[in-house]
Every structure is written in structure tokens, then in C-alpha cells.
Design a binder for this molecule. Structure first.
Ligand SMILES: [Zn+2]
Length: 422
């Protein structure tokens, strides 16, 4: 079986901000965190390792390194030849999957409980001892270029990549995949440097969900990771978003589709009582706007990040009616935000939002990997657990919109259709 990996930009994880209730958290002396949650409804164990080694850790000249390293760690270690990491997991009944986002590189698999100890040994080996062989790097370079090209055939991906350019002075200025030019010019030393600096125990969150006995699972993990020495270099400080004046961009596009991204930057809110309204407001805007913007379909997303969060609304238009609505979308969103201040949500609206959020939540937690993603991502972002039954008051919503969703804080990126003039 071929090892499946994909290029992820992290936006699939938008709903994963909430709780880590139910999970046990243990931190080893070297800083590595282990989260465990037992589920009796499955014979399998979902293993995820979240490494704070996403594209935001790339310094000048390292663009694309996070994703490149994610591919190469499977290609050999000081004790395993190229191919052995994949083959040994296959013999244990699993397949490695990996993804890179702005905030993380994530490695995951699902195996039986009997295979847990050996799988953790494999995981520890490539996280600690990868050699990033030069020959393998050359084999992987065209694979990555191909992934990038694929990624950019989707207007939604292109829109979001360009949107991040709006944050040029910040850690989120570039897409996790890097640019083709950057990928072509990356050298092995650059990758080794990125790997050695960021693959360190204090940057790692190991999540084990499913058919486990927590004490035993933690003992297995401690055996493989406990003697991993902390990186000698200190961790770089967490950059934060500067909240700048409103910015609007027009960008020439290559397809017949016209696209728009609208976004608000919301300061990081480690206090659960403050971060709660973001998702609720996202849900209420979505509910209030849906009928008004039909037939245009907009995607509403809340993206928690280290340091700051995005609330994003994206839409793509082709028909004349959709194009007409797209041209009004910015003013409709601004009007709706103003509306939430003047006409705070009713009890019914809050209940509708609650049902939607609870469904999203339950969908996320349907599988062990979903649970692992939810608790792992929350832990990585240091987001405090929230209680699902907690509802914000209409005044919480009002205040949140007044503070963060003002016209001055709106960013907009307009991706034009082919041949269209700004
Ligand atoms: Zn990839």
C-alpha cells in the first residue's frame, strides 16, 4: 500500500477549537505533552503527533521547509533505511498520514492496541532521528511541486493563500506549501536546520484516542520520548498579529470565477469565556445572511491560530446573479455586523446557533481521529477547554461585534475573473 499524505492548510480544522474535556493530559519532564482519551466503542487507537513546526516557524529563506521536512522524515533515520518506516507500520497494519499547516506538522495513523508500542517506537524514530537524505530530497522535490500545482487549481486555496499575503509582516505571511521558486531553491542544510530547531520535545503534543489503557499508553510513550533532550536553542517568541487599518486588495485571476475573501482578525483569547463568542457570531452571521445572499453560497470559517484568530467569509461567483451578490457581499456583511449590535440575537437565534455548533462538535467527535484532532489542535494552540452547554448572552455577542467586527478591522481580497480589470 502506498503511504498517503496530503497537503493541508489547516482550514479543515476550523471547528476544532473547543474542548479537551475527557482527555487526560500528562507533560513529560522534557516538555512533551501526552493527551489520552479512552473510547470503548472501537478496537483501534488513533495516534496523532502535533509538532509546532508549521510554516509560521519558517524564517527568511526557509519558506516551504515545514512541508518539505514533513515529506522527508519518512525517508530514513539513523537506524532505518529509506522505506523502512513505511514498511514497518504497514506490517503493523497501519499507514502514515501527514499534513502541514501554518501552526503545525501533524503525523497520524490508526492501529490496533497490540501495535501501539511498536508504532510509537517508529514515530519517535523519525521525529528524533530523521536524516533527510539528499537523494530522497531530489526525488521529493517534484512531488511537492506537483502538490502545489494541484493545490492552486482550486480557487478557494488560491484565494486563501493570497489572503495570507495581506499579513506580510507576520508569521502567517505565506502559504504552508511555500512557492514553486522557494521549493526549487531549498537546500538540504536549510531543511536540516529547520528540523533540528523545531522538532523538539517541548514542541510536540502526542494524542492517543481509542482502545487504550491510559497508564500503559503513557508508559509506552515515555519510554520512547522521555529521554529526548530539549532543543538547545530557545524557542522563538510567538509573533502576534498587528491589527492594522482596513485593507482591500484586488488581484488578477486566471479562471472564469470571481472570488472574494472577507476576514476579521481577532486577538487570541486564551480565556474560554472570551473566545466563545467568535464561533457563535460566525454562526449567527451565517444564519442571518444565508437567505439574503442566495444563490451565492458563502463559506463561513473560524480559524483559531497561535497569537490571533481569523473569522473568514469566502465566496465564488460565476452566474450573473451570483456576481451581483458578490459585488454587494462586503456591504451586506458590514450591515449585518452593525445589525447584531443594534438588534442583538434573540433567544431563538441563540438556540439555533447552539444546535448548529453542537452538531459541528458531534461530527468532529464521531471518530477517534476526529477526537484526537480536536483535543490535539486545542492543546497546540493553548486554547482553554470550553463547556459546550455554555451560551453567550446577547450582550456578549453585542460587545464582541462592537470590539472586533468593525469596518476598520475588515480585510478584503477580491480575486478577479480572467481578463477583468480592477
Ligand atoms: Zn505534501
Amino acid at each position: 500500500m502506498k503511504t498517503a499524505r496530503h497537503y493541508g492548510i489547516g482550514l479543515l480544522l476550523l471547528l476544532l477549537c473547543s474542548p479537551s474535556w475527557g482527555a487526560e493530559v500528562v507533560t513529560l519532564a522534557n516538555g512533551l505533552r501526552i493527551l489520552t482519551e479512552t473510547r470503548n466503542d472501537t478496537p483501534l487507537v488513533a495516534i496523532q503527533m502535533w509538532v509546532r513546526a508549521g510554516s509560521r516557524e519558517e524564517q527568511q529563506g526557509e519558506e516551504g521547509s515545514a512541508h518539505f521536512v514533513e515529506h522527508l522524515v519518512f525517508k530514513g533515520t539513523t537506524t532505518r533505511k529509506t522505506g523502512e518506516t513505511d514498511l514497518e507500520l504497514e506490517q503493523l497494519g497501519g499507514v502514515w498520514k501527514a499534513a502541514t499547516g501554518p501552526d503545525y506538522a501533524r503525523y497520524e495513523t490508526r492501529i490496533t492496541q497490540e501495535a501501539l508500542e511498536n508504532t510509537l517506537a517508529l514515530l519517535a524514530d523519525f521525529l528524533r532521528n530523521a536524516t533527510l537524505p539528499a537523494g530522497e530530497m531530489e526525488k521529493e522535490r517534484p512531488v511537492i511541486l506537483d502538490e502545489l500545482a494541484q493545490h492552486r487549481t482550486q480557487n478557494q486555496n488560491l484565494l486563501l493563500d493570497l489572503f495570507y499575503l495581506a499579513f506580510a509582516p507576520t508569521a502567517y505571511r505565506h502559504s504552508p506549501g511555500g512557492t514553486p521558486d522557494a521549493i526549487l531553491s531549498l537546500k538540504r542544510d536549510t531543511l536540516l536546520n529547520f528540523y533540528r530547531r523545531n522538532y523538539a520535545p517541548a514542541n510536540c503534543t502526542l494524542v492517543l484516542v481509542g482502545n487504550i489503557e491510559p497508564k500503559q499508553a503513557i508508559a509506552f510513550a515515555a519510554k520512547r520520548f522521555g529521554d529526548w533532550k530539549p532543543a538547545s536553542a530557545t524557542l522563538p517568541a510567538m509573533p502576534t498579529f498587528p491589527l492594522v487599518a482596513s485593507r482591500y486588495f484586488d488581484v488578477a485571476g486566471q479562471t472564469e470565477t470571481e472570488s472574494l475573501a472577507l476576514g476579521y482578525l481577532i486577538p487570541a483569547q486564551p480565556d474560554a469565556s472570551q473566545s466563545l463568542p467568535t464561533q457563535w457570531v460566525k454562526q449567527m452571521l451565517q444564519t442571518r445572511l444565508r437567505a439574503k445572499i442566495a444563490p451565492l453560497e458563502a463559506i463561513f470559517q473560524y480559524t483559531p491560530r497561535l497569537g490571533s484568530n481569523f473569522m473568514l467569509i469566502t465566496a465564488h461567483a460565476r452566474t450573473s446573479r451570483e456576481l451581483e451578490v458578490l459585488s454587494q457581499l462586503k456591504s451586506l456583511v458590514l450591515a449585518e455586523c452593525e445589525g447584531l449590535v443594534k438588534r442583538p440575537p434573540t433567544k431563538l437565534e441563540i438556540e439555533i446557533a447552539r444546535s448548529h455548533l453542537q452538531t459541528e462538535e458531534a461530527l468532529e467527535r464521531e471518530t477517534s481521529l476526529g477526537v484526537a484532532s480536536q483535543i490535539g489542535y486545542s492543546a497546540l494552540l493553548q486554547i482553554a477547554p470550553q463547556k459546550p452547554e455554555t451560551r453567550p448572552t446577547p450582550q456578549d455577542i453585542q460587545k464582541f461585534v462592537q470590539d472586533y467586527l468593525t469596518p476598520e478591522q475588515l480585510f478584503a481580497l477580491h480575486l478577479l475573473a480572467k481578463g477583468q480589470q480592477p
